[in-house]
Design a binder for this molecule. Structure first.
Ligand SMILES: *[C@@H]1O[C@H](CO)[C@@H](O)[C@H](O)[C@H]1NC(C)=O
Ligand SMILES: *[C@@H]1O[C@H](CO)[C@@H](O)[C@H](O)[C@H]1NC(C)=O
Ligand SMILES: *[C@@H]1O[C@H](CO)[C@@H](O)[C@H](O)[C@H]1NC(C)=O
Ligand SMILES: *[C@@H]1O[C@H](CO)[C@@H](O)[C@H](O)[C@H]1NC(C)=O
Ligand SMILES: *[C@@H]1O[C@H](CO)[C@@H](O)[C@H](O)[C@H]1NC(C)=O
Length: 427
């Protein structure tokens, strides 16, 4: 026990060192220096995955990619039709290979000569790391800028079989995690723009955007004025060590009524702290451990009946609480249902989820509470349904998350769409 926790501590310390290693003399490189990069985001209706696209290779080819907020790097299918004159396999002794967790020269015996950088590309699949040119749309203030090229962008080379389970037409995954080789880290480094990205995932509208280099300012309305901030942590120490963006959720309240947390080992760690909550773009709905989910849905159902006179109906999987939609009225913030407040690191910092983020229409007559039961051992994970229609600003240097709560009252993520020559549509 003692030794396994010290191993974890060492692993965490190493990760922190890896992440904070100086970026000064690093590649990739780019010729121009825009204010930032703006990537469009859409949501795939069948998988509920969030997609973006980037141009890669020489000559450039646009690739559709699944966004993984916790992903370490970008990987693409190199097996099927990857043709590029600028593709370069990374050497296992090069510094870039050292940036990728677990990547190395591979086990001996090795053939003589050049040794490629090998490591896990996706799940438990081994692959080789390479670098190539990518080209991304830039912005300057509220104006759309030119496409900017980044040479020697590091990515993993995966096989076609790894695309199984991903949205149709997708060529790989773009990792936006707190890592040195993630998409925002590499682009920030190459373009010398701040290590900050702002994400507005599609929710009530089908369009969203990710700004790398800054984001909330410069619109008709300055969304950063709405921001509340909470620190994020980059790894979860525990038996299942993983990395990503984690925040503290200390309380859950449903329109004024607290959801009781049982102080057991599933919700709290061995030191008595509530386990950190991950933000995930690959989980469509917020996941709660059973011990929290059960009181959560029963309080929500009671509040819906008492305050809004909305009767529940038989639940539809994967949801545990569903309602008769003919009894629900709708407004700009979605279904008029009890609002849900997540109390974060301080009591005064609350993330509010209203109907647009809490309710999912499953049929013409039924809407369900878009939160799911992850089982006894699940950690709290905030998923896509709850992240949509929010402007979230990840400051990688300060390890701080700025969040707007729902924008739907006055705007939606589509306001941030790239227009012909302006980023924001109208005020
Ligand atoms: C950004 O816009 C400002 C004002 O329009 C201009 O002065 C500046 O040169 C632009 N920067 C780039 C990199 O295009
Ligand atoms: C690009 O590099 C990867 C990694 O070495 C390799 O597997 C792939 O075959 C290369 N593709 C081309 C077209 O050179
Ligand atoms: C760790 O992960 C394993 C395998 O996914 C799972 O069975 C186990 O319950 C997890 N343990 C905790 C404490 O989350
Ligand atoms: C919960 O954690 C405490 C402290 O680490 C430990 O002593 C206890 O055995 C754990 N209980 C269960 C059910 O795992
Ligand atoms: C939903 O409410 C309407 C109107 O009150 C009622 O006619 C219908 O039977 C209800 N549906 C269910 C599934 O309870």
């Amino acid at each position: 026990m003692a030794s396994s926790s010290s191993v974890l501590l060492i692993a965490t310390a190493l990760l922190v060192v890896l992440i904070s290693v100086s970026f000064s003399n690093a590649q990739p490189t780019s010729s121009s220096r825009p204010q930032g990069v703006a990537l469009r985001v859409t949501k795939d209706a069948s998988t509920l995955q969030y997609l973006t696209s980037m141009k890669q290779r020489t000559p450039l080819v646009s690739e559709s990619l699944v966004i993984d907020l916790a992903g370490e790097f970008q990987w693409v299918d190199c097996e099927n039709g990857y043709v590029s004159s600028s593709n370069r396999t990374l050497s296992c002794s090069g510094k870039e290979c050292g940036w990728i967790s677990g990547a190395s020269c591979g086990r001996p015996p090795r053939p003589p000569g050049f040794q490629p950088c090998r490591g896990f590309v996706y799940l438990s699949n081994q692959g080789v790391f390479a670098s190539d040119v990518v080209s991304v749309p830039s912005f300057n203030g509220t104006k759309k800028g030119p496409e900017v090229a980044v040479r020697e962008f590091v990515f993993g080379c995966g096989s076609t079989s790894l695309l199984q389970g991903l949205a149709e037409g997708v060529k790989g995954i773009a990792g936006f995690g707190p890592f040195q080789v993630s998409v925002p880290s590499q682009l920030s480094l190459a373009l010398r723009i701040p290590r900050v990205f702002a994400m507005c995932l599609p929710g009530s509208s089908s369009k969203g955007v990710i700004y790398i280099g800054g984001g909330g300012a410069g619109r008709p309305y300055d969304f950063t004025k709405r921001f509340q901030y909470t620190p994020f942590y980059t790894s979860l120490v525990g038996p299942n060590f993983t990395s990503g963006y984690y925040i503290q959720v200390k309380s859950i309240e449903i329109e004024g009524k607290k959801v009781p947390f049982v102080s057991d080992n599933t919700t709290f760690d061995s030191l008595g702290f509530m386990k950190l909550t991950q933000l995930s773009t690959t989980k469509p709905y917020t996941v709660l451990p059973s011990s929290v989910y059960k009181p959560f849905i029963s309080i929500f159902t009671e509040r819906a009946k008492t305050l809004y006179n909305i009767p529940s109906v038989a639940p539809v999987a994967p949801f545990g609480a569903c309602f008769n939609s003919s009894r629900i009225t709708h407004s700009k913030v979605g279904a008029m249902v009890p609002f849900i407040d997540f109390g974060l690191h301080r009591e005064t910092v609350e993330w509010r989820f209203q109907g647009t983020n809490s309710m999912v229409k499953v049929s013409d007559t039924v809407e369900c509470l878009g939160f799911v039961d992850g089982g006894e051992f699940a950690n709290l994970v905030i998923g896509g349904q709850q992240l949509g229609d929010n402007l979230l600003e990840f400051n990688l240097a300060k390890k701080s998350l700025g969040f707007s709560s729902t924008l739907a009252e006055m705007e939606s993520c589509s306001t941030f769409e790239l227009g012909e020559n302006t980023l924001s549509a109208t005020s």
